[in-house]
Design a protein around this ligand. Structure first.
Ligand SMILES: Nc1nc2c(c(=O)[nH]1)N[C@H]1C(S)=C(S)[C@@H](COP(=O)(O)O)O[C@H]1N2
Ligand SMILES: [Mo]
Length: 569
């Protein structure tokens, strides 16, 4: 085995140990962020918008494994190189370790709720232990710190690599570094055994840390039913300086069960209200922040007459309501699944704004934009007037009768009917800032379109191209949505758009939600191209122009008709 190979192995083992220790501490204590996750997040944040576009928004899907794999490979290469550098210059190696430590620190401190002292201690400690493990392995192998053992089979290879220009220097370093380990040199087998054992310990640490920190709280919170305090008049809305002629009456409005006529019982039809576990998921963050509601508050800041700060119980003490709203991601492909319908519980955003002294007649350039800010710094912004035009824009804390799942923004998020998530639906909300239109939120900084109204779309759910269809009546159905405009008509084509057939519509649950449709197709054997198109409540039919979500001219949502080729036997 070559000297460099051994050194590289030693470096990699040291890195595994360092990461293992750091992950282990993170597993026991959330105040110390995962270094690995933080670094991965750093990579995401530093990736230019054009590249990041697809990758980040769909992290929930395939890109996480790719990101993690490239990080692991990158990390292994870096540490292997570092150990090889060490053979030439201990000083350079130490400098590089210090640099890595600085990078790790910079990365972890971008994470929300960092406990500084244990975090710094963990990083310094794990790096030191990792470096010591690597150094010990290097010395055991007789690569540095002691003259090569005469009985080590690999000795000549040291000399081989030493034939390079730096060999004199290296020998010098070796002598200077001569430590107490001279006597404990091992042969190749011993080196591999020691390395393997150390790597195994590090991997166990990584596994344990991941296990301890992974998933535990998320599921528990998702199951938690939402508890809204009994409405008592005058218990909320104490502050009337907003000047609105509001009564102090607190109400908690709930919705009846959706009418049966709002659902079409056809196989493959998505449930009218998406169960939380199936609700689509999009995050720029690799891990969901865990917010402790007792230490959480929502501030309304910026260009407001009366900045306010609401605790979780302040918020639940205001008038609440349930509202059915379909959320969609701008990255949803035509026919894609990044769209779901939730029954949200929350407080009207307009009520919260009124408390802060913002109202329709007080809107101007200075408070034109409403920016939601997450505890992890993510931002989204939209026209303030949208929150005040009467639509059920919510500061939401419940989904389908339960508290918000951690992944969907626990404890509080925004839900704005009619706007794509990236401009509006801030999860883990901690601040609402009123500001001018100049501010660019997270995805706008990454080149996406500033205004994000949801485009009218429709999807075929009950038939797919791999189905084996047989002649007869085939219900071609699915969902169509144009949140806040509603759906007035859905048409299905079986001949690739040559002719259109009006589908029957389920009752519209709400103009803010998707609507189910079905067309009973009398199918004869043959090859067909099925398409669907929807017309919104304003009479506008979705465009046939095919555009990818991030297609030319910016990111503002995919267009075109969902198209499926089928054969009927
Ligand atoms: N804090 C925070 N809020 C966020 C995001 C995010 O990355 N961070 N993603 C947004 C995007 S792009 C969408 S489409 C919706 C998705 O909400 P969901 O994951 O609950 O479906 O949340 C929005 N809110
Ligand atoms: Mo999104």
């Amino acid at each position: 085995m070559k000297t460099r190979t051994k050194a590289a192995i030693a470096g990699i083992v040291g890195a595994i140990m360092a990461f293992g220790l750091a992950e282990l501490v993170h597993g026991f204590y959330e105040g110390v962020p995962s270094v690995f996750t933080s670094l991965a997040q750093g990579v995401i944040e530093l990736t230019p918008g054009e590249f990041a576009t697809r990758a980040i928004e769909t992290l929930g899907q395939a890109d996480i494994p790719i990101l993690i794999a490239s990080m692991v490979i990158g990390g292994l290469v870096v540490t292997a190189l570092l150990a090889i550098v060490r053979l030439r210059s201990a000083i350079a190696a130490i400098a590089a370790v210090v640099l890595l430590g600085a990078v790790a620190l910079a990365a972890v401190f971008t994470q929300p709720s960092v406990d500084p002292v244990p975090t710094v201690a963990t990083i310094i400690g794990s790096l030191a232990v990792g470096a010591m493990v690597a150094e010990a392995l290097i010395r055991y192998a007789g690569l540095a710190g002691a003259p090569a053992s005469p009985n080590t089979a690999e000795t000549p290879s040291l000399e081989t690599s030493g034939s390079e220009a730096a060999s004199g220097q290296m020998a010098g370093v070796r002598r200077r570094d001569s430590g107490p380990d001279e006597s404990i040199q091992v042969d190749r087998k011993g080196f591999l055994t020691l390395s393997g054992a150390a790597a195994a310990v590090g991997l166990v640490f990584i596994g344990a840390g991941r296990f301890l920190s992974g998933g535990v709280g998320a599921q528990e919170v998702a199951e938690q039913p939402l508890q809204i305090p009994e409405a008592t008049n005058g218990s909320g809305g104490e502050d009337t300086s907003g000047g609105e002629a509001t009564t102090n009456e607190v109400t908690n409005e709930t919705l009846p069960e959706p009418p049966e006529s709002a659902s079409l019982e056809i196989e493959g039809m998505p449930e009218l209200i998406t169960p939380a576990a199936n609700f689509y998921l999009i995050d720029a963050a690799l891990t969901s922040p865990r917010v402790d509601v007792d230490n959480w508050s929502l501030s309304v800041t910026g260009e407001v007459d009366n900045p306010i700060e609401l605790s979780y119980s302040d918020l639940l003490g205001m008038s609440t309501r349930e509202s059915d709203v379909t959320l969609s991601c701008v990255s949803n492909e035509v026919g894609g699944s990044l769209v779901s319908n939730g029954r949200w519980t929350g407080v009207m955003l307009s009520d919260v704004l009124n408390e802060a002294g913002v109202s329709r007649d007080k809107l101007g350039a200075a408070n034109r934009q409403l920016v939601g800010r997450s505890v992890d710094g993510w931002t989204a912004g939209f026209e303030t007037q949208i929150a005040l035009d009467g639509r059920e824009a919510l500061v939401a804390f419940g989904l389908n009768g339960n508290e918000l799942p951690v992944k969907h923004g626990y404890p509080v998020r925004l839900v704005i009917p009619g706007l794509y998530g990236y401009v509006s639906a801030t999860k883990w909300l901690e601040e609402i800032e009123l500001t001018n239109w100049d501010f660019d939120a997270y995805w706008i900084q990454r080149t996406w379109t500033k205004e994000g109204p949801i485009k009218t779309q429709s999807r075929i759910d009950t038939v797919s191209s791999d189905d084996s269809l047989s002649a007869g009546t085939i219900p071609v159905g699915g969902v169509a949505w144009a949140p806040h405009r509603g759906i007035s008509m859905v048409e299905v084509s079986t001949d690739g758009g040559e002719s259109w057939n009006e589908a029957r519509l389920a009752t519209q649950l709400d103009e803010d939600t998707w609507r189910q449709y079905a067309y009973d197709w009398q199918a004869e054997p043959g090859e067909y191209t099925l398409q669907v198109r929807a017309t919104d409540g304003e009479g506008e039919t979705q465009t046939a122009d095919e555009r990818a979500p991030h297609g030319g001219g910016g990111t503002d949502g995919a267009t075109g008709y969902h198209t499926i080729d089928v054969s009927v036997a």
